[in-house]
Design a protein around this ligand. Structure first.
Ligand SMILES: [Zn+2]
Length: 228
């Protein structure tokens, strides 16, 4: 059954959004139909504005309204260290946790052969250029701790090999605040492999566990094993 041309068109557009099936699209469309006209106009305007005003930062590829973005323009940050993440919302998560004082590099996804995404579809080439052109001393790969995230990390490592830059991977294993008895075998194996000297936590890190840029002890931090 058709609701009429304009409603059918709205349904078709909503159905194209990720995670929105036909039923959800119908629920959203009927909700929009019931909204006061001002609210609906505001929604339409915000979609229009976000497309008009946001772009990709020419340095880190994060989404931004100014280029370079506020993070890349912040002189107080440690520009010698780049944290490589899959998508813009990972940057938000890291910033909200105040977990990183360096700059970022947003890949725009991850290597996923099943979805037809190879290294060329990501911003790895741009990352290599940044390392060559700027005084970058460390790349911290913060892709997801799973098969595709590890595969992506390997591609990054391979691409950066000729530059000689230090490539590290964020720690993985038992999550903070978790108990060992509830941890999976994979978590425990990762935790043992990524172990570090106890003295490091009292010497080289802030009380919140984040490492200060250029903190002592960073040279002897054991390298997590990034091999698959
Ligand atoms: Zn940027």
């Amino acid at each position: 059954m058709s609701y009429g041309e304009s409603m059918d068109q709205l349904l078709a557009e909503l159905s194209r959004l990720p995670g929105v099936g036909r039923k959800t699209a119908e629920r959203l469309a009927h909700h929009i139909l019931r909204m006061p006209r001002d609210d609906a106009d505001r929604l339409a305007r915000s979609i229009h504005e976000v497309k008009r005003r946001t772009r990709s930062c020419s340095r880190c590829a994060n989404i931004t309204e100014q280029d370079p973005c506020a993070i890349c323009s912040d002189a107080r940050r440690d520009a010698a260290r780049l944290c490589v993440v899959e998508q813009p919302r990972d940057v938000v998560a890291m910033e909200e946790a105040a977990a990183w004082r360096g700059l970022y590099h947003v890949l725009g996804g991850r290597v996923s052969p099943l979805d037809g995404v190879g290294a060329a579809e990501l911003t790895i080439e741009r990352l290599v250029c940044r390392v060559r052109e700027d005084d970058v001393r460390e790349i911290v790969v913060a892709t997801s701790p799973d098969l595709e995230g590890d595969g992506t990390c390997l591609e990054i490592e391979r691409a950066l090999l000729p530059t000689g830059v230090r490539v590290t991977r964020i720690a993985r294993g038992v999550p903070t605040g978790y108990s060992l008895e509830n941890a999976s075998a994979a978590m425990l194996q990762d935790a043992v492999r990524g172990r570090f000297d106890v003295a490091e936590t009292s010497d080289g890190r802030d009380a919140d566990g984040s490492e200060a840029p250029g903190a002592p002890g960073e040279q002897d931090t054991p390298q997590p094993d990034t091999a698959p």
